[in-house]
Design a protein around this ligand. Structure first.
Ligand SMILES: Nc1ncnc2c1ncn2[C@@H]1O[C@H](COP(=O)(O)OP(=O)(O)OP(=O)(O)O)[C@@H](O)[C@H]1O
Ligand SMILES: [Mg+2]
Length: 227
């Protein structure tokens, strides 16, 4: 359902061109939970941003559900993201004026789903993530880990075909991180969602269906088990 071919990305800085990704090739099946690991600065967030259509690649193809998303003009991207992609950012990017429950409801409201149904689905996710008591807090009044869980719920609520998660458990204690990981994993399997998760956690990576490592601008299958 996702196929990436010869993806290249450099950043242009005052010091010159900085090559980050060079000829990245991989594909992901529906219902498959994939981990992306790699050292800090190796380009994991950059890769996720390209897959999530938040930035353009220099060259290469990204095909999502038979749509060549690397070619789509900006005005078509917002709808594509809303319908197909859930993004959990490394910095969670919640809307500061909205409460937790309103932040989670928003992608459904954009799809035209009624307030009542959207609110009930959002509250249900908050409950599963064990933060229902913070439903009416604005992001500034949430802890880092609570805000991260709200961002996870916001990405999951539309049951998109692809969830891109940039260190979704990075700010969480072990027990909460396990709750969040298990919930994402279960949803991936029950709703047949493809998940690509960047993580520095070897144990979560080992629990995924596939592991890729980003190193020296290249993405290769990796085996972390028994290391
Ligand atoms: N807009 C930008 N302009 C120039 N360089 C950038 C830009 N964004 C990222 N970089 C550089 O690209 C490299 C890859 O960044 P990226 O954020 O993708 O790394 P990462 O693998 O996600 O790291 P981390 O594990 O620390 O989150 C870094 O060296 C970073 O400094
Ligand atoms: Mg990153």
């Amino acid at each position: 359902m996702l196929r990436v071919t010869n993806l290249c990305k450099s950043y242009h800085t005052p010091q010159g061109s900085l090559e980050i990704l060079k000829n990245i090739n991989f594909s992901v099946d529906q219902g498959c939970f994939t981990a992306v690991v790699g050292e800090s600065g190796s380009g994991k967030s950059t890769l996720l941003q390209l897959l999530g259509t938040l930035d353009y690649a220099d060259s290469g193809e990204i095909i999502l559900n038979d749509i060549a998303i690397h070619n789509l003009p900006e005005h078509k991207l917002a709808m594509l993201r809303n319908q197909h992609i859930g993004f959990i950012y490394q910095a969670h990017h919640l809307i500061p004026e909205l409460t937790a429950v309103e932040n989670i409801m928003l992608p459904l409201l954009i799809q035209g789903i009624g307030q009542k149904e959207a609110r009930s689905k959002a509250l249900n996710l908050l409950q599963q993530l064990k933060i229902e008591e913070r439903a009416f807090h604005i992001p500034a009044h949430l802890s880092g880990g609570e805000a991260q869980r709200v961002a996870v719920a916001r990405a999951m609520i539309t049951k998109p075909s692809l969830i891109l998660a940039d260190e979704p458990t990075g700010n969480l204690d072990e027990s909460t991180a396990t709750t969040v990981f298990n919930m994402m994993y279960n949803m991936c399997k029950s709703e047949n969602i493809a998940v690509i998760m960047v993580t520095h956690s070897q144990s979560f990576a080992n629990s995924c269906d596939n592991i890729y490592k980003l190193s020296q601008h290249q993405l290769s299958p990796a085996t972390l088990k028994n290391t």
